[in-house]
Design a protein around this ligand. Structure first.
Ligand SMILES: [Ca+2]
Length: 289
């Protein structure tokens, strides 16, 4: 049987019905329930109430957002992280269980052979591994991938320095090419753009270490092409400006688009921005490890 909510309060029993000893003050204090702790604040019972105790400014916390890093308390109870750049992000593959584009643009990848593996944080099924023979991911052509200035970033875990090892490519056939591609050749990262049949390369000075996750970036800022390994801006060359359409060919990740340069190893967190990120923004992405 359910008691009606509207049952009147029982006013027939005087407060004195129970002796004081049956309800010591301690019971009242114990019945007090303080709010649950938040990322930067815990609540303690004190003086019959709840007192907030804030973690000191700079203490580590989790703001619960996937797009921020270096989360820290502000000393006043709030937890906030530094947001990773999202302006101009036209494709983002966090590879958290699939090859969907997390940028909101809809440039989702279609996986061909590549299999999920642990990411750089040790999280299972958080990155894709490629066999160097046939595995790749295909993204349909879309105007959002026809770029002027751009920044590509990725985390790579190479298992060999031999072979082409494409991170990504958007190519066209024949002369008058307006394309972009990014690979490692003999262990060195090499960003390339093609303008009207001429290729402009920006190879890194040093090689990408194998067997470990490394951050790499390739940026086009006006006439400047540059490449990064980790925090080091390795090389810079000059090249013509102009839109890189890549024609109607798809974007490929983990291989060249024509079934060449298959990547051997693992890729993660591949990002394509339609603008030149600042060195500080690239450093922020690199620090996400
Ligand atoms: Ca991932």
């Amino acid at each position: 049987m359910t008691l009606p909510d509207t049952a009147p309060p029982d006013t027939t029993r005087p407060d004195t019905a129970l002796p004081d000893t049956a309800l010591p003050d301690l019971t009242v204090v114990d019945a007090l329930v303080c709010p649950p702790a938040t990322a930067c604040t815990s609540f303690l019972k004190s003086g019959g109430g709840c007192v907030a105790a804030h973690k000191p400014a700079g203490a580590k916390c989790d703001d619960g957002k996937s797009g921020t890093i270096k989360d820290a308390c502000d000393g006043k109870g709030a937890c906030a992280g530094t947001p990773l750049p999202t302006k101009g992000l036209v494709a983002h593959y966090p590879f958290t269980g699939d090859a969907k584009d997390a940028s909101g643009t809809g440039n989702h990848g279609s996986v061909s052979g590549a299999t999920l593996t642990a990411d750089r944080f040790g999280t299972a099924q958080g990155a894709y591994t490629f066999n160097g023979k046939s595995d790749h991911i295909v993204v349909k052509d879309h105007t959002s991938l026809h770029l002027n200035d751009f920044t590509f970033t990725a985390w790579v875990k190479m298992t060999t320095t031999s072979g082409g090892n494409y991170v990504l490519e958007k190519d066209v056939v024949g002369t008058g090419t307006q394309d972009y591609e990014w690979l490692t050749s003999s262990g060195k990262t090499n960003g390339r753009i093609g303008i009207k049949g001429n290729n402009y390369d920006v190879p890194s000075k040093t090689s990408v270490a194998t067997g470990t996750w490394r951050f790499v970036a390739f940026r086009r800022a006006g006439s400047e092409l540059s490449t990064w390994i980790g925090t080091v801006k390795e090389t810079m060359v000059t090249a013509p400006t102009g839109t890189l359409t890549g024609g109607k060919q798809p974007l490929t990740i983990g291989s060249g688009w024509q079934g060449t340069g298959y990547f051997t190893g693992a890729l993660d967190d591949v990002r394509i921005y339609n603008r030149a990120l600042s060195a500080q923004e690239i450093a922020l992405l690199q620090s996400h490890k």
